[in-house]
Design a protein around this ligand. Structure first.
Ligand code: TXA
Ligand code: MG
Length: 518
């Protein structure tokens, strides 16, 4: 059994039995009020149980078409002409000849979860390859309102809509062509922006793209009133099968309480949402550990010609050259900026920052990435980020060790001065989370600590991918695993590849940053 996995629940309740558990524990709006401590019901499934076949709508569907259930394939076949994985759907009927008991069980679990999503207003917790999601029918205003309530999420922070096929993705956009297999991708000068090439390479996967919201399908509450909706086709077989069975797009933020680190294990979801969630599907630990990248390639469409910097520089007699606004990575995540820039049309993709000029003069910067202004990812222990003033690769190991040791020691001394030993009455821990490849060498830490205080060092791994995978779980572990955790230090990483997303999360999670240098 994987660490953090909750034991298998043998009996699968019926929908009626499940709803009966909520009785007497809902408010006037029918929302779980947090008093039913035996909720959520947790049902465990194996991601391997779910096989995907080309859908009946797919050009490539044929009786002997190949199956797929590898969530990490990241579309390796999608380049080939005869298999388009974006059209694969979960086979809704199990083959009685071939299925195993485990598959029958897991299929029944997802059928129940799909029923909850399709026919009630209760959200369901489910695994994706990035983090666990808290999903509800994206077409139901009341169901989506329940997500905001359960998480305590501010109403002006929009949700990502999850789909199980490209066909479903097109149904949530008022301009399905932006998701289509365009000749060129990205925001083209004067031309139409499409995500075709990008999706062909990175869907299903940890990538959310902004498309015009289809108002008939997706209520305004999902996007907090914005015209663009973020849409994602997850690679996790459980997520994709669940959405396919529900036969509706699923709005889902990360399944944590607002401001907390995102959940990468079912136990994290249960810890945060106990009493506020009816059903949680446990599919084991998430593969990636950080959320999807959110990309906007449609910004050019929102720029009135008179606002184009090029047009402002022209005289009335000069022809106006349409101004190209490059695509923008709004939130770094599973698909790195380096990966995005390899895609035709995304070569000049920029990373969002508050310093970027707004695409539209009527836009304040804030609505572009509404989530940015809120406190995020914060554990219930003080977290200190250690950022190097210069590229760590320029340090010798010895220089690095001295610089970071001085920074940590000074901060611990200041902490102990402010927190006299007599206040720390029981055994206590200071944790140092190491992230760099140099983490194999020891730091020079203060020797004269009060006897009840222990310094504990934990390595999150020697690559940024491993750090990304471990990060949120490690922050939560500091709250629960270590005795009376007083202070947590974490080393920053270089901002290349997954490192950009890691630093984005760390800067938001940390209450304090120490810049150190030689
Ligand atoms: O990997 C993920 O993306 C996970 C899993 C569950 O799919 N979901 C997730 O959702 O991280 P959430 O709600 O925790 O974060 C979504 C981010 C927020 O920063 C939000 O502001 C931004 O995406 N976002 C969502 N819709 C948007 C929109 N229409 N325009 C701009 N930003 C949007
Ligand atoms: Mg979140």
């Amino acid at each position: 059994m994987q660490e953090g996995t909750i034991p298998l629940t043998a009996n699968i309740p019926t929908l009626e039995q499940l709803l009966a558990l909520a009785k007497g524990h809902t408010d006037a709006e029918g929302r779980l009020d947090g008093t039913q401590m035996s909720l959520p019901v947790v049902l465990r499934v194996s991601p391997d149980s779910f096989k995907f076949k080309p859908s009946a709508h797919s050009k490539t569907a044929s009786p002997d078409s190949k199956e797929s259930n590898d969530s990490n394939r990241r579309n390796s076949d999608a380049e080939s002409e005869d298999v388009n994985e974006l059209d694969f759907e979960y086979n809704h009927e199990l083959d009685p000849e071939t299925h195993t008991d485990q598959q029958r069980h897991d299929h029944a679990v997802l059928r129940l979860a799909a029923q909850v999503i399709a026919t009630t207003q209760f959200p369901v917790g489910f695994p994706t390859e990035t983090v666990y999601g808290l999903g509800a029918n994206a077409c139901s205003e009341a169901a989506v309102a329940n997500i905001f309530y359960a998480k305590g999420r501010p109403a002006d922070n929009p949700l990502i809509v999850h789909v199980s096929s490209l066909r479903m993705a097109r149904s949530v956009s008022s301009d399905a062509a932006v998701l289509g297999e365009g000749e060129s991708a990205g925001a083209g000068a004067g031309g139409r922006a499409t995500y075709g090439a990008l999706l062909k390479r990175h869907w299903p996967g940890p990538l959310s793209v902004l498309v015009p919201r289809c108002e008939r399908q997706i209520p305004a509450i999902v996007t907090a009133g914005h015209g663009l909706v973020a849409v994602r086709l997850p690679a996790h077989p459980v997520a994709r099968a669940l959405i396919g069975l529900a036969q509706t797009p699923v709005a889902a933020p990360s399944a944590n309480t607002s401001t907390r680190p995102s959940p990468t294990r079912a136990s994290h979801v249960r810890d945060d949402l106990r009493g506020r969630l009816l059903l949680l599907i446990d599919g084991g630990d998430c593969d990636d550990g950080l959320e999807s990248s959110v990309v906007d390639a449609l910004r050019s469409a929102t720029v009135p010609p008179e606002l184009s910097p090029t047009s402002l520089q022209t005289t009335p007699t000069t022809a106006v050259i349409p101004h190209r606004i490059p695509p923008c990575l709004l939130r770094p995540g599973g698909i790195s900026i380096e990966m995005l820039r390899k895609i035709k049309g995304f070569e000049d993709c920029v990373v969002w920052s508050p310093k970027l000029p707004s695409a539209n003069k009527n836009d304040t910067i804030a609505p572009v990435t509404p989530g940015m202004k809120y406190k995020h990812y914060s554990p219930n222990v003080p977290l200190v980020l250690l950022e190097s003033h210069q590229d760590e690769t320029l340090y010798s190991k010895q220089q690095y060790r001295e610089a970071i040791s001085i920074a940590i020691s000074a901060r611990i001394s200041a902490f102990l001065e402010k927190t006299p030993t007599k206040i720390i009455t029981s055994p206590a821990t200071i944790v140092i989370l190491r992230t760099l490849s140099q983490s194999d060498f020891a730091l020079n830490l203060p020797r004269s600590l009060p006897p009840q205080v222990t310094i504990l060092q934990k390595s999150l791994g020697d690559s940024t991918a491993k750090v990304a995978h471990e990060l949120f779980a490690a922050l939560r572990d500091c709250e629960t695993l270590y005795l009376n955790c007083l202070l947590v230090f974490i080393e920053g990483v270089a901002e290349a590849d997954e490192g950009l997303a890691v630093m984005n999360r760390l800067r938001k999670a940390a209450g304090e940053t120490i810049f150190f240098h030689e």
